[in-house]
Design a protein. Structure first.
Length: 240
């Protein structure tokens, strides 16, 4: 009797074990998770978000371009919508804009052409510190790589000020902005390499106040010059 029970136990045990092994093998060879696949998709804006909804990136047309987002709060930026036709904006771990890529271009009724591309990288809680730009007016083009200093105070302070004074008369708005800037100094461009409006090309190095102190220039006629300047912009040395 005990022997029969032992044999039945072994049969049941081996059966259960076989089922378990087969299930494990099948799960190992299961098809990977599949995502929807589209040949083409028309969309006005795509938000890349974390599982909790925190925004990390936005790809948008003109109408749905976001304003300036700082710590999850969006502030209006009419200038961006007025010029850019599309953009891709990136956000840091605090849901604050940290750089982006925007493009724009159109031909006005009078035939005037305007086209640009802009890539930027922002300082934490501040504006851009590295930019790459290209512009075309139809009669002239410009391209530039620029390095900028930005202050340590948060740009949100300035955006909050603009929100508070947006309904005031223009002269009062300007007065409050000037008062704000007295205690919140701005940054400055520190280095520039590119083509300028007069069709010259230049490599410029500037002091913390934004004054050009040294530059290598090739003018529109192809003449090269290495210049050193004082803080007032006067050339003190030039070669040749």
């Amino acid at each position: 009797m005990n022997g029969n029970k032992g044999q039945r136990f072994l049969v049941v045990y081996s059966g259960v074990l076989t089922v378990a092994v087969v299930a494990a093998l099948l799960s190992g060879f299961a098809a990977p998770e599949r995502h929807p696949k589209f040949d083409a998709i028309d969309v006005e804006r795509i938000n890349i978000v974390e599982p909790d909804g925190t925004l990390r990136m936005a790809i948008s047309n003109n109408r749905r371009l976001p304003g300036i987002i700082v710590h999850g709060h969006e502030y209006a930026d009419e200038g961006r919508k007025a010029n850019a036709t599309a953009g891709m904006l990136f956000y840091d771990g605090d849901e604050t804009e940290s750089g982006g890529l925007i493009f724009g271009g159109r031909k006005a009724g009078d035939g005037t052409i305007s086209r640009f591309g802009h890539l930027s990288f922002d300082r934490y809680d501040q504006d851009q510190i590295l930019t790459l730009d290209a512009e075309d007016s139809g009669t002239a083009t410009g391209q530039a790589l620029a390095f900028l200093d930005q202050p340590t105070w948060s740009i949100e302070e300035y955006l909050q000020l603009l929100d508070r004074i947006k309904n005031l008369p223009p002269d009062q708005q300007q007065a409050q902005v000037q008062q704000f800037l007295q205690s919140h100094p701005l940054g400055a461009r520190r280095a520039f390499f590119g083509r300028q409006a007069d069709n010259s090309t230049a490599l410029q190095l500037r002091d913390p106040a934004g004054n050009i102190r040294a530059q290598l220039v090739v003018d529109a006629d192809g003449n090269p010059a290495l210049q050193f300047l004082d803080a007032a912009g006067k050339v003190t040395h030039q070669y040749p």
